[in-house]
Design a protein around this ligand. Structure first.
Ligand SMILES: *Cc1c(COP(=O)(O)O)cnc(C)c1O
Length: 809
């Protein structure tokens, strides 16, 4: 990087020496030849060597204590970068920065080039990552299990306003964090047939098979107390090359097995909140479930001998239904390999599993066509029938269960094409079924699981989501962290509830002043980033109004954009008024097959282009769509936000976790009474949040009654002008009809109630302007948000899971 000739080696710290040693002996470069990626890898490998000792100590300790282990099964882990997190959790930041500086390397610079591990779509995957960190922090012996996708979430480029999806190659420079465990490999079969012998022994002879190979990444808890393992599975053919075919000249066919195996772990299904009904997806789910369950069973038997004690020593949590086939896999191993009778196997299974539901959207509830399931997993299909028979017989005993209820509970959907219902399977096979926010849990009881809830009234419970304050405050907002520490001391670093002590500082004018300076400098930093990446200049003194999340109709980016258009119109019509300068920031990806979501991205970009180049708004309004939303971008944007947009149609956002990150960084929320917004409101107080719109009950009632969006649009001047402007091509002069269908969707159906909530939202936005004008009051509210959302730490959430579901604390 720089010329090191003048740096005498003698001045180097032992740590710097180790980094150079790693560079030479493990990367194979000397200091002169090393590039940034080499320094990054050398730094990570050096750190990893130190982590290994703690890692092994953690494993030994859990073993010696005979501790119960927690297994978190998730098809998604939205990890982001790890170096900064690991350094900070180990308390090694300053030391490593100094060592690298002595080598002429800037730590911040190499942190920036670490690939963002995006093995997830959105909130569900990020929750799994926050949970992994909190489980290590709370010193729970825990393993995360998932898939090591070669291409994770796609990289988003915006071309002329349109989303373009590019493959993300996060493994291009290798992954210095992981260990390949060639010895931890499992046989995963598919298809074939099931035979039984006279003794009642069942034998499944799969038609094809792949090998699952483990890759382990250490997860370091806060203060390095414990290091847990994230075990991701990759797939390998048993016979990487069929030599007979190769020698016969069929060079491609000889490698087909390996290609088929690799296809299993090639892609993350880019579907947030909609089910991916593909055979490959079911294969992925079974592949990672089977490998994980085999691994768990193997470890238990090795440590404890008797498989029947599994529920005392292992808690398996299913992150949504994606790993639900694990239930049938465990039953299969218990019955076919460990000779347990069905009833006993069922008891062991039910006591071991817990299931977390993440969505009530009917299109996101996974189910598989029965013929597909049976062809791919014939033995599991038999077991599901057996489980179903047992559950339905039990249901029939209850006088309150009529035919209708029994049909609703069944693991097999008999309406139309027969399908296997994964949510029902996960529900009946778990001793705990939880929602992720209070409202969501209530709605689970009333809607999707109403009948199952009547049959098993003790099973559903709530565990409101959380976020790790290490990444989402201390890591992403060092200036605010330092300010808080100055004010209340460091106790909040170990217990986010201690942030409460900050509350009284809301009344301290000089503290508010310093708080405002931190926010402003974060906004300057973000403005510089946006200027460098898009050329757009932003005023850091404007109100930064931010909506960043997956793009989905239920999240209602469209409501925000239409309001932006209305505001633009107002500013132009009434230039004499005292408008609040605003910057509207958007970021988010749309599922590649989701047409309307992609149109919404294009619309945000079209609106931005028009407004940003209109001199008549005089810089009072700027709009930016920042491409490629991911964890690293969130870490950059959230500390610079003044206003957090959490405006989903009530009843549709299970929890949200973005809402928590913003509040923790001193943004005020404008939001609906949906998901965790309700609990955030309860914690920060009504006067420190801006709530508008229909409640979940009102949305349900409108949908059931005769909701007439056309009349509402025509009855609201602002709304109809904005919708008409978009529909008639004001923002798309190159293609005036571009948004005709999108706007007609609002007139004709408006399932997401954009029209119904528009006036309330616009009024709420004007109340935000009024609050912003009273700057000290705004800052006081912002401080109170930080002080009062410590409860949303994932440490609190994991503590509840551990005590109330896992029996592990
Ligand atoms: C937190 C987070 C999410 C979830 O955000 P919501 O606003 O709750 O949908 C999604 N993606 C990334 C990268 C995140 O960090």
């Amino acid at each position: 990087m720089t010329d090191n000739d003048t740096t005498p080696a003698i001045d180097r710290s032992p740590l710097a020496g180790r980094i150079v040693d790693t560079l030479i002996h493990r990367i194979g470069k000397d200091e002169r030849a090393a590039r940034k990626h080499d320094w990054l890898a050398a730094t990570i490998l050096t750190l990893r060597d130190e982590i290994i000792d703690k890692w092994m100590a953690s494993t030994r300790q859990a073993h010696a204590a005979g501790a119960k282990r927690v297994y978190y099964l998730s098809l998604e882990f939205l990890i982001g970068r790890l170096l900064r997190d690991a350094l900070s959790n180990l308390g090694r930041n300053a030391e490593v920065a100094e060592a690298l500086a002595s080598l002429g390397v800037d730590l911040a610079e190499i942190e920036e080039i670490e690939p963002d591990a995006a093995l997830g779509n959105g909130g569900l995957g990020r929750l799994a990552a926050c949970f992994m960190e909190s489980m290590a922090t709370l010193e729970l012996p825990a393993y995360g299990y998932g898939i090591r996708y070669v291409n994770g979430m796609f990289r988003q480029r915006i071309d002329d306003g349109w989303q373009v999806e590019l493959p993300e190659t996060w493994l291009a420079h290798g992954n210095p964090w992981e260990f390949e465990r060639r010895e931890s490999a499992y046989f995963i079969g598919f298809g074939g047939e099931v035979t039984g012998n006279e003794a009642g022994h069942v034998h499944w002879k799969p038609a094809e098979a792949v090998e699952a190979v483990a890759y382990d990444t250490p997860v370091v808890g806060w203060r390095g107390k414990r290091v847990n393992t994230l075990r991701l599975w990759s797939a390998r053919a048993f016979d990487p090359i069929r030599l007979d075919a190769f020698n016969a000249g069929d060079h491609i066919g000889a490698l087909a097995g390996q290609a088929r195996a690799e296809s299993l772990v090639r892609v993350l299904y880019p579907s947030d909140s909609s089910s991916a009904g593909q055979e490959l997806r079911l294969r992925q789910e079974y592949f990672f479930s089977s490998a994980s369950i085999q691994d768990i069973v193997r470890r238990h038997v090795q440590y404890f001998g008797d498989i029947r004690t599994l529920p005392d020593k292992a808690a398996i949590q299913l992150n949504d239904t994606h790993p639900a086939v694990s239930v049938a896999e465990l039953m299969r191993l218990l019955i076919d390999h460990h000779d347990l009778p069905f009833e006993e196997a069922w008891e062991v299974t039910r006591r071991t599993f817990g299931y977390t539901n993440h969505t009530l959207l009917p299109e996101a509830l996974e189910s598989w066509p029965l013929p597909l399931f049976e062809r791919l997993l014939p033995r599991h299909m038999q077991l599901i029938y057996a489980i179903n028979g047992r559950v339905l017989r039990e249901a029939r005993k209850s006088p309150s269960m009529g035919d209708h209820s029994v049909a609703a509970i069944s693991l097999i959907d008999e309406n139309g094409e027969r399908r296997v219902r994964m949510a029902n399977l996960a529900f009946v096979a778990s001793h705990s079924v939880n929602g992720v926010a209070a409202l969501h849990t209530e709605l689970m009881k009333q809607t999707v699981f109403a009948d199952l809830h009547r049959l098993y009234p003790e099973r559903i419970n709530n565990k409101t989501n959380g976020i790790t304050p290490r990444r989402w405050l201390m890591g992403c907002n060092p200036a605010l962290t330092a300010l808080i520490r100055d004010a209340i001391g460091p106790a909040f670093c170990d217990d986010a509830a201690e942030l409460r002590s900050l509350d009284s500082f809301a009344d301290d004018a000089s503290f508010r002043e310093r708080f405002a300076e931190v926010k402003r400098s974060n906004k300057v930093g973000l403005s510089n980033f946006i200027r460098e990446s898009t050329g757009l200049r932003l005023d850091p003194d404007a109100l930064f109004d931010v909506q960043i999340k997956r793009v989905h109709e239920y999240k209602r980016q469209l409501l925000n954009i239409i309001e932006t258009v209305a505001l633009y119109d107002q500013i132009r019509s009434h230039p004499e008024k005292d408008w609040t300068p605003r910057v509207k920031l958007f970021a988010g990806k749309a599922a590649s097959s989701y047409h309307n979501a992609k149109m919404i991205i294009k619309l945000a970009n079209d609106v931005a282009k028009r407004i940003n180049s209109d001199p008549s708004v005089g810089g009072l309004l700027k709009v930016a769509f920042i491409s490629n939303y991911n964890v690293s971008l969130a870490e950059r944007i959230i500390p610079a936000a003044d206003l957090s947009e959490q405006i989903s149609t009530a009843g549709m956002e299970a929890s949200g976790t973005g809402n928590m990150k913003f509040a923790l960084n001193g943004a005020l929320t404008i939001g609906t009474l949906d998901g965790a917004n309700i609990e955030i409101k309860d914690h920060v107080g009504d006067e420190n949040i801006v709530i508008f719109g229909l409640t979940a009950d009102e949305v349900a009632a409108k949908r059931a009654g005769d909701y007439r969006p056309r009349e509402i649009i025509e009855g609201s001047r602002e709304l109809s002008q904005a919708v008409n402007a978009i529909a008639s091509g004001v923002f798309s002069p190159d293609d005036p009809d571009r948004y005709r269908d999108l706007m007609n969707g609002l007139y004709d159906r408006d399932w997401f109630m954009v029209a119904a909530d528009f006036d309330g939202y616009a009024a709420a936005q004007r109340s935000v302007d009024a609050r912003w004008a009273d700057r000290s009051n705004w800052q006081a509210s912002a401080v109170r948000n930080v002080a009062r959302v410590g409860w949303f730490s994932s440490d609190r959430t994991i503590g509840e899971y551990a005590r109330e579901i896992w029996g592990a604390m």
